[in-house]
Each structure stands twice: as structure tokens, then as C-alpha cells.
Design a protein around this ligand. Structure first.
Ligand SMILES: C[C@@](CO)(OP(=O)(O)O)[C@H](O)COP(=O)(O)OP(=O)(O)OC[C@H]1O[C@@H](n2ccc(N)nc2=O)[C@H](O)[C@@H]1O
Ligand SMILES: Nc1ncnc2c1ncn2[C@@H]1O[C@H](COP(=O)(O)OP(=O)(O)O)[C@@H](O)[C@H]1O
Length: 297
């Protein structure tokens, strides 16, 4: 017997970052959008906790206790006073360390898969809190769709989305460390007062009405200058997608994946083709949004 859970990647269409807090995190006003790139986490009975991973980027995924799926299994087992005996296989399609919350997706997937395999029946209302213990992005990986994230990103308010948005992702060679990008943000902000981050009403309205041009006009990522300072070549990637007709171009979360919003599916295909031949990224992916959160298959 085994249980498989499908989990989506995300892009932050708004990522407003405040000053560092006493606990080292930053308060955010972020709008998460789940996009149609997925990992699958399969839980199978085993004598001990074991992690395996397949997919083109599998070699970059740690298979020890630091894997977020392993941490999720341990947390759930502790919560129910049982041993974390499970084999978790991650079929990885989400770029690793790319600012698309792949590890967070696997954590949310492992929680749901283990809960079903072990029959621990954790109340659905308790899952977001367990997710938040694992990482700031994990509650959104569970929820999917679109949501406003506040606090360190874990306090979610679901948002309505009135249409399908078409994305192209330009995947870079190598990842960027999320803490390093937040540190670069702090360095770049050292000589100014960083305001408390506020949600963009215009952007939330654009999502609700499904207006791609309005969404493109209000999209933004405060971590982008920080990611660019660590990886200046991303400016060429962003420029290549814009030249190919993308309505908006931005770094996805902490990067280095770049995200391009296209007017429709055929424009997205053209942007992807131009990026693929531009020599400014390792590979490109097309994905619609929104898409559901962690789902038992
Ligand atoms: C930037 C974002 C945008 O959604 O995602 P990615 O682009 O990395 O996927 C998130 O804020 C990343 O969330 P996540 O990757 O879950 O971070 P966590 O494990 O909770 O924290 C890792 C580290 O990032 C920094 N961090 C994270 C969240 C936050 N609101 N402020 C922070 O300063 C802290 O240095 C923290 O120690
Ligand atoms: N299941 C997992 N999948 C990917 N990376 C993981 C996983 N568990 C732990 N990690 C570690 O987390 C880091 C960040 O990975 P990821 O979640 O893919 O990126 P990001 O935080 O940029 O969205 C990786 O470099 C890797 O060392």
C-alpha cells in the first residue's frame, strides 16, 4: 500500500519585505500564486525513515534528516507519539533552490501522505500550524490557489482568482540561498528606513478580475535587487523575456528562477522559445495558474 500527494510550486506576484525582526525573519506582505509545476511525494510503509528522490535535479536534493519531507514526517510522528517509519519518494519536477518553494511543497506533501498512510487523522485545522513549524512557505504549499501571506508569510488569507494566468519560468544554473538573499536585502536597505509591508489592493483586485494587464502593472518583488546583486546575470534573463513580449518579468521569490507573465498561452510559448535560444538560462518551463494545493492522488 502507498499514498501519493501532488504539490505545486509557487510564484510571489507581490513580495513586499519589511525590516528584519528580532527573531531574524522579515515581516512580509506577499501574494502567493500556485503554478502548474508539481512534485509528487509517495509514502510507503518501511522499518525506518528513508528518503529517495528522482528527477533531473535529484542530485541537488539532500536525502538525510535535513530534507524538508523527512522533517515533516518526524514532526507528524512526534505529534502523534509514534515512530517516523516511512519511505518517502519525491518525484521532483520543481526547480531546486529556485525560489519556487519546492522543498516546502515536499514538506506539505509528506505531511498529508504520512497522515493518510499512518491513519493518524490529524484534524485539517491543525495542519497549517504544523506546516508553519516546518517553514514560512509550507502553509501555502498545502493551501494552493492564491493567498495573501503576512507575518513571515505563514499567516494566510485565501484570495479569489478570476481567470487563468500563463507563466514562463526561466530556470538558472545553480540555486540561491534564501537566507543569503534576505541578508543582501538588509545590506542594500542599510541606509534607508524600510516601511512596514502593505498588501497591494490593486494587485489583489487584478487577480480577482482575472485582468492580466492590471496584474502585470502591479507585480513586484522587493527581493529582486538583492537577488540581482548576488547574480547580476539575471538582468539579462529578465531583459530577454521582456524583449520576447512578456507583459511582466520578475525574479521568483528569492530567485534565481525568473518568472514571466504572458498575455495568453500562445504568447507564453513564444516567450519560452525566445528564452530557450537566448543563452540566458538553463531551461524554460511553461505553467498556468492558479492550481490547487497539496492533493491526495
Ligand atoms: C523568499 C520566500 C518568498 O515566498 O520564498 P523562496 O523564494 O525562498 O521560495 C520565503 O519568504 C522564504 O520562505 P522559506 O523558504 O519557507 O523560509 P524559511 O525556511 O521559513 O526561512 C529560511 C530563512 O529565510 C529568511 N526569512 C524567511 C522568511 C521571512 N519572512 N523572512 C526571512 O528573513 C530567514 O533568514 C530564515 O532563516
Ligand atoms: N525536499 C527538498 N527539495 C528541495 N530542496 C530541499 C528539500 N529539502 C531540503 N532542501 C534544501 O533546501 C534548499 C532550498 O530548496 P527549495 O525549497 O527547492 O528552494 P527555495 O527555498 O528557493 O524555494 C535546497 O538547496 C536544499 O538544500
Amino acid at each position: 500500500m502507498s499514498v501519493t500527494v501532488r504539490v505545486p510550486a509557487k510564484v510571489n506576484v507581490q513580495l513586499a519585505v519589511g525590516p528584519p525582526r528580532a527573531d531574524g525573519f522579515h515581516d512580509l506582505a506577499t501574494v502567493f500564486l500556485a503554478v502548474g509545476l508539481h512534485d509528487e511525494v509517495t509514502a510507503t510503509p518501511a522499518d525506518a525513515l528513508r528518503i529517495t528522490c528522482s528527477g533531473p535535479d535529484a542530485a541537488q536534493v539532500p536525502l538525510d534528516a535535513s530534507n524538508l519531507a523527512a522533517r515533516a514526517a518526524r514532526l507528524l510522528a512526534d505529534r502523534h507519539g509514534r515512530a517516523p517509519e516511512v519511505h518517502l519518494h519525491i518525484a521532483k519536477d520543481i526547480p531546486v533552490a529556485g525560489g519556487m518553494a519546492g522543498g516546502s511543497a515536499d514538506a506539505a506533501g509528506a505531511l498529508l501522505a504520512c497522515d493518510a498512510l499512518w491513519g493518524t487523522r490529524t484534524p485539517r485545522s491543525e495542519l497549517p500550524e504544523l506546516c508553519a513549524e516546518l517553514g514560512s512557505d509550507v502553509p501555502f504549499s498545502l493551501l494552493g490557489g492564491a493567498a495573501l501571506g503576512q507575518g513571515r508569510g505563514e499567516r494566510l488569507t485565501p484570495l479569489d482568482v478570476g481567470g487563468t494566468f500563463h507563466w514562463v519560468f526561466a530556470v538558472a544554473d545553480g540555486g540561491l540561498s534564501t537566507p543569503a538573499v534576505y541578508r543582501a536585502f538588509d545590506r542594500l536597505a542599510a541606509d534607508r528606513t524600510v516601511p512596514h509591508p502593505e498588501p497591494s489592493a490593486a494587485l489583489i483586485d487584478a487577480l480577482r478580475t482575472g485582468d492580466v494587464h492590471a496584474l502585470a502593472a502591479h507585480i513586484g518583488n522587493d527581493l529582486q535587487p538583492a537577488a540581482l546583486s548576488l547574480r547580476p546575470s539575471l538582468a539579462d534573463t529578465l531583459a530577454a523575456g521582456t524583449a520576447a513580449g512578456a507583459l511582466a518579468a520578475l525574479v521568483s521569490g528569492s530567485g534565481p528562477t525568473c518568472a514571466f507573465l504572458a498575455a495568453d498561452a500562445s504568447s507564453a510559448a513564444k516567450v519560452a522559445e525566445a528564452l530557450a535560444t537566448s543563452g540566458t538560462c538553463r531551461t524554460t518551463r511553461l505553467a498556468p495558474s492558479p492550481t490547487p494545493g497539496a492533493t491526495l492522488l
